[in-house]
Design a protein around this ligand. Structure first.
Ligand SMILES: [Ca+2]
Length: 462
């Protein structure tokens, strides 16, 4: 495929340092010294494992950073897997109870380039205990990036024969691995069709967790939504800790009131039981499961919820909703809440929108955080950080703006946004402006998807 990463043609081992030349350490003259070194190292490892001299709390398994031991609190250190397939298990940092050496204060972020030349990427997802990063290419491909190797030549899934990506908001937009992917090989994809640009949620079946590519003929269609308009597709998919698949649809971009119409799918977040029924079942506790609207609808009143995120650790739902004229917004609610109306098109942020001079706030869930079009023009809802490299930011939600490179975080606590921080300068200093998505790698570290073709990892500067 043209436009791909120039690293793609190189063999995987090209990016890996070659092992030490054979014959040196184990050659006959050096053998006694080598054995002595091995014995000493073995004793040291045994000492570290048994005595744990540096243990001051829970330490992230697999962390390569000694500073990660500063994550101290034992609460929530479950090592559980969140619904994107990313490994969570970071701990809520509480410096007041820290019993380990203080980290050097965080000065900011650097961005590590993991891949370039990715054709219009719009998402990045990972699986536990798997170095691969699955990159959603809007044109209809799920590519694979391996740190150190860039974008691999062979895509994980190629749906270019059925994906319609005309207009900037259509295409392959989301993927979610089944919580039991390691055993059942199932994953779910949201794309818009060719022809028609209709929204489609489908299931694929891989040969298992080691599959490097998937047969597109394993597709099973779960849901297809007729789309007379050509914009506002949203497209995020994520499993909740309840095992249900959440699906975001925008309002379709026709300037109508579909987001308030409970008999249409547009402008809603849906909740599906993909393990029950055929092709799916409606969870019995969905708000309209017994009537009053489409049974799949979980929340409504969205314009274009470009990236929601379920934080499984706290069971919270974060929703970025792209504004029309003046305001971009982040909504945060408990995942257990359902049937909420997020206001569009009556409200844009907390402003009356339709009509502009009168609206009724009763029954509307207002955004927790908003910013004006003096600072951006299209929010990219992000993720809650649960990695280990930046323990002071565990539990903070990161989001971006596609137009300006705005990159910010806050921590949700008791209905408030606290610890608001602006990282925009760190990001734009590296020339990254168009952040289409924020993701996580398998260690829970932050990834930025630059729609100009880059996948970057956020690394702390101390
Ligand atoms: Ca809203």
């Amino acid at each position: 495929m043209s436009g791909r990463d120039p690293w793609e043609g190189q063999p995987p081992q090209r990016a890996q340092p070659a092992p030490a030349p054979a014959g040196g350490l184990f050659s006959r003259p050096n053998l006694p010294f080598t054995l002595a070194i091995i014995i000493c190292l073995g004793a040291l490892v045994a000492f570290l494992v048994i005595v744990k001299p540096f243990s001051g709390g829970d330490t992230e398994a697999g962390s390569t950073s000694t500073s990660s031991t500063a994550a101290t609190s034992s609460t929530d250190a479950t090592g559980s897997t969140d619904a994107t397939g990313s490994t969570t298990g970071g701990t809520q940092t509480d410096s007041s109870t820290s019993s380990v050496p203080e980290l050097t204060p965080l000065q900011g972020f650097d961005l590590e380039t993991l891949a370039t030349g990715i054709p219009f990427p719009v998402g990045a997802f990972s699986l536990p205990d798997d170095d691969r990063i699955f990159v959603v290419e809007r044109g209809g491909v799920i590519g694979v990036v391996v740190p150190g190797q860039g974008l691999l030549a062979t895509p994980f899934l190629d749906l270019t024969d059925r994906v319609g990506s005309g207009g900037i908001e259509n295409g392959l937009l989301g993927v979610a691995f089944h919580p039991d992917y390691a055993s059942n090989g199932k994953f779910y994809v949201y794309y818009t069709t060719n022809p028609g640009l209709d929204s489609r949620v489908v299931e694929f079946h891989s040969s298992g967790p080691d599959a490097t590519t998937v047969d597109p003929s394993t597709e099973r269609v779960l849901l297809e939504v007729d789309q007379p308009g050509i914009r506002h597709r949203a497209g995020m998919l994520q499993f909740g800790p309840d095992g249900y698949l959440y699906v975001a649809l925008g309002d379709g971009g026709l300037g109508d009131r579909h987001a308030q119409d409970l008999e249409t799918y547009q402008g809603s977040i849906l909740r599906l039981d993909v393990d029950g029924g055929d092709p799916y079942a409606i969870p019995s506790d969905n708000p309209f499961a017994s009537g009053g609207g489409l049974g799949e609808i979980y929340h409504y009143g969205f314009r274009n919820p470009w990236r929601f995120y379920i934080d499984a650790t706290e069971n919270m739902l974060y929703i970025g909703d792209v504004g029309q004229s003046d305001v971009e917004e982040v909504n945060v609610v408990a995942l257990s809440e359902s049937g909420l109306n997020f206001g569009w098109p009556d409200y844009e942020g907390e402003n009356c929108f339709t009509p502009v001079d009168s609206c009724d706030p009763s029954g509307i869930t207002m955004p927790l955080v908003a910013y004006g079009h003096d600072e951006g023009c299209s929010i990219t809802g992000g993720v809650v950080y649960r990695g280990s490299a930046m323990p002071e930011l565990v539990g903070h939600y990161f989001y971006a703006d596609w137009c300006t490179g705005l990159f910010r975080s806050f921590r949700y606590e008791d209905g408030q946004a606290t610890d608001e921080q602006d990282w925009t300068a760190d990001v734009t200093a590296d020339g990254v402006i168009q952040i289409a998505a924020v993701g996580t790698d398998s260690n829970g570290e932050l990834l930025l998807v630059d729609s100009n073709g880059q996948l970057l990892r956020v690394v702390p500067v101390r």
